[in-house]
Design a protein around this ligand. Structure first.
Ligand code: CA
Length: 223
């Protein structure tokens, strides 16, 4: 599991530093920038799971940053606003901020809001191919609305295939990705589990999703 990456945009260096330390202590990976233009640069250069965004910033203010971010991304953004900036909260939410925290903020409250915002992202992420849908939060698998029961290993294999949809995966890749590098055994186990998963998600339905690529491995795709 990768550490969630958080972009901290705050021009008050003392606050930015505290945020950086606290968030890293909580197990997040962070990058901090001190103005709005650097924030956009950083955001375009690398992926982030969440943005903490101060409103009053030199260069480009928080609203401007938020507006630009929202042109191409639905990453959760938590605005950091001063107590008397009520209008900013409204504007921020209108522009698509996920949440806001009033400064001076309570660190535990901020951390709770960060966790909530990240959880929401996970909840809303469902993986699908044709009429097959997997809700990762609840581990529900359905095809054509029909619930499908998978064992944990079958589920992991299906998720790995779905996350690499349309990419041909070798048995070794599947073994590493699903069973892990420390698995001692041969790649036949992959074929066995592919058969199990196929029996459940493909066999009862018309359109097969898991395809064998001879001499290479497997691919999950719609046609
Ligand atoms: Ca500021």
């Amino acid at each position: 599991m990768n550490k969630p990456r958080i972009l901290i945009v705050e021009d008050e260096e003392r606050i930015a530093r505290v945020l950086e330390l606290e968030l890293e202590h909580e197990g997040y990976e962070t990058k901090k920038v001190l103005d709005g233009l650097d924030a956009l640069g950083a955001f375009r250069a690398e992926p982030f799971d969440l943005v903490l965004l101060d409103v009053m910033l030199p260069g480009l203010d928080g609203m401007g940053v938020l507006r630009r971010i929202r042109q191409g991304s639905d990453v959760p953004v938590i605005m950091l606003t001063a107590k008397d900036e009520v209008a900013d909260k409204v504007t921020g939410l209108d522009l698509g901020a996920s949440d806001y925290v009033t400064k001076p903020f309570d660190m535990d409250e901020l951390l709770a809001r960060i966790r909530a915002a990240l959880r929401k992202t996970v909840q809303s992420s469902s993986l699908s191919a044709a009429d097959l849908v997997v809700k990762e939060e609840s581990r529900e698998v359905t095809r054509g609305g029909q619930a499908i029961e998978l064992t944990p290993r079958e589920y992991d294999l299906l998720i790995y295939l779905l996350k690499n949809k349309r990419h041909v995966l070798s048995r070794e890749q599947l073994l590493d990705g699903v069973w892990g590098y420390d698995y001692y055994g041969d790649t036949n186990v992959v074929d066995v589990y592919i058969r199990y998963v196929r029996n459940k998600i493909d066999k009862p339905f018309e359109l097969p999703l898991i395809h064998t690529v001879r001499g290479v491995g497997y691919v999950l795709k719609e046609s």
